[in-house]
Design a protein around this ligand. Structure first.
Ligand code: SF4
Length: 393
C-alpha cells in the first residue's frame, strides 16, 4: 500500500540555527554514535586523530556503538570555534550518526502514513511550534515508499479526532477543553475495556459539544475545587525528579527556572503553590494575553506529536493524566519566571517549554515516575487531575 507523509509547517520551516542556538543540543547531552558513523569518522583523514579522543566505544548496540566524550564545558569536541560540527563540515551529512542527522526531527508511523514532527527540547523548534502563525498548516503527500499498514484501534483514532475537536471548540478555553477531553477519555476507557462500542465516542462528543454551547462545561470547570495541597505534592515531586534527572541541571537555563522557584519558596524551603498561582493570575496570565492561544497550540502539538491518547497497554486515562500534569508543570514554570521578570517575553516562554521537554521527551524514566507520583497522590478521577489547573483567586 502506498504510504503518505504528513508534514506540519513547523517541520518544513525548521532549520537548525547552530551558533545562534541558546541551548545547543551538542552541549550537555549524552550523544550516542552509531556503528556506521563511528567507523566512517575513525577512517576520515582529517577527523581520525580527534575522533580517537572524542569518542568512546561502548558497543551497547549498533545504534549506541560509541559515546561522545564531552569536554570540560560539556560540549561535543567536534564543535569548531563557531559552534559548527566538524564531522558535518569535513565529512558531510552522511557521516553523521543518526541522532545528529535527525534531531530534533521525529517521525511516527500511524496506520500506513508517516507523521513528521519536532521535539520541543530544541529552542528553535519550540519557537516555531509555539509562535509561528502558520505552524499547524499540514501538508499531506505520497511518500513513494510502501508501508505495511497497522490499523489503529477505533477507540484510538476516534479519541484522537474528537479530542482535537474539543480542543478547538470556540466556546471553551484551554482548561475547559481539557476537562471536556477528560470526560471524552472516560468513555474511551470504557471502549478500550470492551464495555461499550466505539460509536459511543461520537455520541459523547456530541453531548460535550452541546454542553459547551450551553455553558455547562464552563460551569462545571468553575465549580471544581482549588486543592492547593494536591498541587504542592505534584509540583514538588515532579520538579524534584527534574533536579535529579535533567542532563543540564547545572546549565544556565535550568538554573534560571530553579532559582525562580526558590525565590517563591516558604521560609522552611517548602513549595508555596499559592504564591506560584498568584504570580500566574497577576503577572503571567495577563502577560500572555497577546499569545492567548499558547496552551491550545501546545495541546494541539501534543495530541498530534504523541498520537494522544495512545498508551502502552494502559487505559487511555493514563495518557490524559500525563497531558494535564504537563500543562500544570508548564503553567507553574511560566508563573515563576513571570514573577522573576515581572512579565513574560517570547524567549521566557520558550525557555520554560524547552527546558521542561529535555526531560519530558528524552528521559525514558519520566512516564513511569510521573505515573507513580499521580497514583501516590490519588489523581485518579478527571475532577482530581483537572483540579491541578485551578489557580484560586
Ligand atoms: S537544539 Fe535545535 S537549533 Fe539548537 S543546535 Fe540543536 S538542532 Fe540546532
Amino acid at each position: 500500500m502506498a504510504s503518505g507523509i504528513v508534514t506540519p509547517k513547523y517541520v518544513s520551516d525548521f532549520s537548525c540555527i547552530g551558533p545562534d542556538c541558546e541551548d545547543s543540543c551538542c552541549i550537555g547531552w549524552n550523544i550516542y554514535i552509531d556503528k556506521q558513523s563511528y567507523k566512517k569518522t575513525m577512517a576520515h583523514r582529517e577527523l581520525k586523530s580527534l575522533a580517537k579522543t572524542a569518542m568512546k566505544k561502548i558497543k551497547k548496540s549498533d545504534d549506541q556503538w560509541a559515546i561522545i566524550r564531552s569536554d570540560a564545558q560539556g560540549a561535543c569536541p567536534f564543535l569548531d570555534g563557531k559552534k559548527l560540527c566538524k564531522v558535518h563540515s569535513l565529512a558531510g551529512e552522511d557521516t553523521l550518526s543518526e541522532t545528529c542527522k535527525t534531531y530534533p526531527r521525529t517521525c511516527l508511523v500511524r496506520d500506513s502514513d508517516k507523521f513528521q514532527s519536532l521535539s520541543l527540547s530544541c529552542p528553535e523548534a519550540a519557537r516555531l511550534i509555539l509562535f509561528s502563525p502558520d505552524a499547524f498548516m499540514f501538508d499531506h503527500k505520497l511518500s513513494g515508499s510502501k508501508i505495511t499498514p497497522h490499523e489503529s484501534p477505533l477507540w484510538l483514532s476516534k479519541s484522537y479526532d474528537n479530542s482535537i475537536e474539543l480542543l478547538l471548540n470556540e466556546h471553551l478555553n484551554w482548561q475547559e477543553s481539557l476537562l471536556a477531553i477528560g470526560l471524552l477519555i472516560n468513555t474511551a476507557d470504557k471502549v478500550w475495556g470492551n464495555e461499550v462500542d466505539a460509536s459511543q465516542l461520537d455520541v459523547r462528543l456530541e453531548q460535550l459539544t452541546l454542553l459547551a454551547e450551553k455553558g455547562m462545561l464552563q460551569e462545571q470547570y468553575k465549580a471544581l475545587a482549588y486543592a492547593d495541597g494536591h498541587q504542592v505534592q505534584a509540583f514538588a515531586s515532579i520538579h524534584g525528579m527534574f533536579i535529579d534527572e535533567h542532563p543540564r541541571r547545572d546549565g544556565v537555563r535550568f538554573k534560571t527556572i530553579n532559582d525562580a522557584i526558590s525565590a517563591l519558596l516558604n521560609d522552611d524551603r517548602t513549595v508555596d503553590v499559592d504564591k506560584i498561582n498568584h504570580a500566574w493570575n497577576t503577572i503571567a496570565s495577563p502577560a500572555l494575553e497577546e499569545h492567548g492561544d499558547l496552551f491550545k497550540r501546545y495541546i494541539l502539538y501534543y495530541i498530534y506529536h504523541e498520537y494522544f491518547p495512545i498508551t502502552l497497554n494502559e487505559a487511555p486515562q493514563s495518557a490524559f493524566r500525563l497531558l494535564v500534569l504537563d500543562c500544570f508543570m508548564l503553567r507553574c514554570y511560566l508563573a515563576v519566571i513571570a514573577h522573576k521578570n515581572n512579565g513574560l517575553s517570547e524567549s521566557d516562554v520558550i525557555l520554560c517549554f524547552q527546558v521542561y521537554h529535555v526531560v519530558r521527551q528524552h528521559k525514558s524514566t519520566f512516564i513511569k515516575g510521573a505515573t507513580a507520583i499521580m497514583d501516590k497522590f490519588n489523581f485518579s478521577s478527571v475532577a482530581g487531575i483537572i483540579s491541578l489547573l485551578k489557580t484560586g483567586g
